[in-house]
Design a binder for this molecule. Sequence first.
Ligand code: UGA
Length: 435
Amino acid sequence: MKITVIGAGYVGLVTAACFAELGNHVLCAKKTEKNLENLKKGISPIFEPGLEEILQRNIDENRLHFTTNIKDAFNFSDVIFVCVGTPQSETGEADLSQVEEVSREVAQNMDGYKLIIEKSTVPVNTHNWIEKTIMRYRSDAVDFDVASNPEFLREGSAVMDFMNPDRIVVGVKSEKARSIFEELYKPLTEQGIQIIFVSPASAELIKHASNSFLAMKISYINMIGDLCEKVGVDIKSVAEGIGSDMRIGNQFFDAGIGYGGSCFPKDVKAFIKIGENHGLDFKLLKATEDINFKCRENFLEKIENILWINKNKNIVIWGLAFKANTDDIREAPSMDIIKRLSNKGANLKLYDPQASKNFQKYFPEAESITYFNDKYEAVKQADALIILTDWEEFKEADLKLVKDLMRIPIIIDGRNIYNKEDIKDFEYYGVGRNR
Ligand code: UGA
C-alpha cells in the first residue's frame, strides 16, 4: 500500500519506518528542512534502538522517502497518518493547533477519497473537529473518513512495540475505512495480533485512559514504597507478591523516583482537563500527579539525609535520560534532582550512555558540572553514586571496581536496580527499601 505520514518526530518517524518495513511505500512529510538531508540518508535525529537500521534498509530499497512538500505528500496516497505534535498548552490541555493546520491542508489539497488517521494523542472527540474543519475549508462535496489509531509505543522499544503490539486499537465509522485498516495491518494480524475496532471517540479515549492508568499504577507502587520504607519492608518483594496476581500484573510496577518523559506527565494532565471540561473531577489522577512529584522531593530529602552537606562533595550521577534506551530527557526526574544538587553546591559528575548531549543544553559543563564518557572514570574519588536511570549497563557494572574507585562507597539508587547481595560492600540506599 501507499501511505503518507505527516510529521517526522518520534511517532511519525517510527510509524513511517515500520510501515515501510512491513512492505508499504511510505512518504513522510515534515514542515521544515531541519534534519531532512540526514533523514534521506537514513540518519535518525533521535536515539531509538533498531530505528536507524530499518530507516536505512527501507530507504535503500526505495520504500521510504521524506519531503517538505505537503502537496506532494497528500497526492502520494489516500491513507494519511497525522503524527504531528500535540504539546501541553499553558492550561494543561493539549495544544491542537498543528492538528487543525493539517486538517486545513488536507481540505485544500484533496484530490479524491482520503482516510485521515489520527496517531497523535488527542482529546476525545477531536475527530469531530477534524471532520468539521475539512468540510469548512472545502466547498465541494468530498469523500473522506477520519479515523483514530493511537500508538502505544514506548521510547527505547518503539520498533519492537510496533511490530509486536499487545493489540491494535482502531476507531472507524465506515466499512471502507475498516477494510483499509484490515489490509494495512494484515502482516501483523496474520501473526495473531488482534485489531480492536471501536468508534473514533472510543479510540481517542482509550489512549489517554491507558497512559493515565499506567501512570496511576506507578504512583500506586510508589505510595506503597513509602510505607515499606517506614516499616522496614522491601518494596521489591511486596511488588512481586502483589503483581503476581494476574489481575494486577507486575509490569509498570517498579517503585523509584517516578515517571517522566514526554507522555505520562502531559497525558495525565490533559486527561484531568478533559474530565474538568465535562464537569468531572479526576481526583485519582490528581493524586497520581502529587505522588509522582513527591517521589522526586523524597529522593532529594533522602540524599540530604544521607550525605548531610552536599557542598563540594563529589556526587556522581549515572543516568540522565527519563528511562533506559533513549536519549530523551523531557520531564526526566534527573532535571529537578540535578538542579537542586547543583544549587546546593555539589560537585556533579554526570554520565549517561546516550542523553548527555541533550542534557548539556540545559546544564552546560561548568566548574561544578562535568560530563564523562566512561562510567568508571566518573566515579573516581566520588563521595556518593546516585542512580537515576535503569540502563542495563549500570545493572551489569563491575561493582568491585566501582567500590575501589570511589572515595566513600555510598550508592543511592533511585531505580532499585541492585539486589542486596550485589551491594553488600556499599552503604546502599534504594527507594522503598530498608538499607
Ligand atoms: C508511554 C507508554 O508506555 C506507551 O505505551 C505510549 O505509547 C507512550 O507513553 C506515548 O504515549 O507515546 P514512554 O513514555 O516512552 O511510553 O515510556 P514508559 O516506558 O511508559 O515510561 C514512562 C516513565 O515511567 C519513565 O520515566 C519510566 O522510568 C517510568 N516507569 C515505568 C516507572 O517509574 N516505573 C515502572 O514500573 C515503569
